[in-house]
Design a protein around this ligand. Structure first.
Ligand SMILES: Nc1nc2c(c(=O)[nH]1)N[C@H]1C(S)=C(S)[C@@H](COP(=O)(O)O)O[C@H]1N2
Ligand SMILES: [Mo]
Length: 300
C-alpha cells in the first residue's frame, strides 16, 4: 500500500502482547492514565484525552434498541452475545461459520485510541481494544477479485426491541471498499478500556473506521461478505441524498441538516466550545492517499 499507516504510539504506550496473559482484552491500565499519544495524530499535534467509560457507554446510537441516546444502555442487555458466530462468506478461500472465541484466539488484540465522529456532529475519543480487520480478512483468504466487504448486524426481534419498528430496513448493513477494509486503521473492536465491549457499544465485535462518520462502524456483526459489487448500506437505503456510501468525515461537505464544520465533544461540560472538525476526522495523513483524484463532494 502506497500510504502505509504508521503507528505513532511509543513502545511504552502499548502493552506488549505477552503481557495480556489470559486476559482477552488488552488492558489499557496504566497507559490510559499517562495520556496516550493519538494513533495517527496529524500535523495539528493534539494529545487525545479519552472520554470516560460512563460517557462512552451511556450515550449511544444503536437503533435496534431504540432511537434515544440512552435506550441502548437501558435495553441492550437482552442481546445474547455468548455464544456468537460470524459467518464469513462470498469471495473468500475459507468461508465458514466462525465462533467468536476461535476468532479471538487467532487475532492480536491491541489498544487503539481513536477519535469517533457521528454525522449528528457530536464526537468522543474512545480507547478501543480490537484487532485489525485486515488480519481477519487474511485469515479468511479474501480473493483477488473482491472489491468490497459487506457487513451485517444480528437481527433478533426477541432480543432487540427496536427491530419491531421499521425505523430502518433490518438487519443493519454496511460496507467498505476493499482498500478501506484492509487499511491498518480499520479495526474490529472487542473491548473498551480493556474490558469486553458492552452490548450498547456493539458486543461482541463491531467495526470501527475512525475517518468515517460513526454510522459506518456497524455493531454486533454476524456476517462478513467479500464481494465484487458495492454493497447496500442501511442509511444510504433510508435516505440516499443525505448518506453516501463513503461517508468520510469532511468539514467542507455539509449534511442537509447538520453543518459538518464543527463538532461537540461529549463530556466536556455545559460551556465547552465546539471544536473544528478535521478532514478525515484527523486521519488525513493516513487515508487521504486512497481517495486521490476522487471528487469527495460527489462521493460523499
Ligand atoms: N447495528 C447498528 N450499528 C450501528 C448503529 C445502529 O443503529 N445499529 N448506529 C451507528 C451510529 S449512527 C453511530 S454514531 C455509532 C455509535 O457507536 P457508539 O454507540 O459506540 O458510540 O454506531 C453505529 N453503528
Ligand atoms: Mo451516528
Amino acid at each position: 500500500m502506497a500510504n502505509r499507516w504508521k503507528n505513532d504510539l511509543k513502545d511504552c504506550d502499548v502493552t506488549p502482547e505477552a503481557a495480556f496473559l489470559n486476559r482477552r482484552q488488552l488492558m489499557a491500565g496504566a497507559a490510559a492514565g499517562i495520556g496516550l499519544a493519538g494513533i495517527g495524530s496529524t500535523a495539528r499535534a493534539e494529545t487525545l484525552e479519552p472520554n470516560d467509560w460512563e460517557d462512552i457507554t451511556s450515550y449511544n446510537n444503536y437503533y435496534e434498541f431504540g432511537t434515544g441516546k440512552d435506550d441502548p444502555a437501558r435495553y441492550a442487555h437482552t442481546l445474547v452475545t455468548k455464544p456468537w458466530t460470524v459467518k464469513i462468506d462470498g469471495m473468500v478461500d475459507h468461508p465458514g461459520d466462525y465462533a467468536f472465541d476461535d476468532i479471538m484466539a487467532m487475532m492480536t488484540v491491541e489498544e487503539r485510541l481513536y477519535r469517533f465522529r457521528c454525522v449528528e456532529a457530536w464526537s468522543m475519543v474512545v480507547p478501543w481494544n480490537g484487532f485489525e480487520l485486515a488480519d481477519l480478512l487474511a485469515m479468511a483468504g479474501v480473493q483477488s477479485g473482491a472489491k468490497y466487504i459487506a457487513f451485517e448486524t444480528a437481527n433478533r426481534p426477541d432480543e432487540m426491541p427496536g427491530v419491531r419498528y421499521p425505523v430502518l430496513d433490518w438487519p443493519y448493513v454496511e460496507g467498505l471498499r476493499i482498500d478501506e477494509a484492509m487499511h491498518p486503521l480499520t479495526i474490529m473492536a472487542t473491548g473498551i478500556y480493556g474490558k469486553d465491549i458492552p452490548n450498547q457499544n456493539g458486543a461482541p465485535l463491531r467495526l470501527v473506521v475512525p475517518w468515517k462518520y460513526g454510522f459506518k462502524s456497524i455493531k454486533s456483526i454476524v456476517r462478513i461478505t467479500a464481494t465484487d459489487k458495492q454493497p447496500p448500506t442501511s442509511w444510504n437505503k433510508a435516505n440516499a441524498s443525505e448518506y453516501g456510501f463513503y461517508s468520510n468525515v469532511n468539514p467542507k461537505v455539509d449534511h442537509r441538516r447538520w453543518s459538518q464544520a464543527t463538532e461537540r465533544r461529549i463530556g466536556g461540560g455545559l460551556f465547552t466550545k465546539r471544536q473544528d472538525t478535521l478532514m478525515f476526522n484527523g486521519y488525513a495523513n493516513e487515508v487521504a492517499g486512497i481517495y486521490a483524484g476522487m471528487d469527495l463532494r460527489k462521493n460523499f
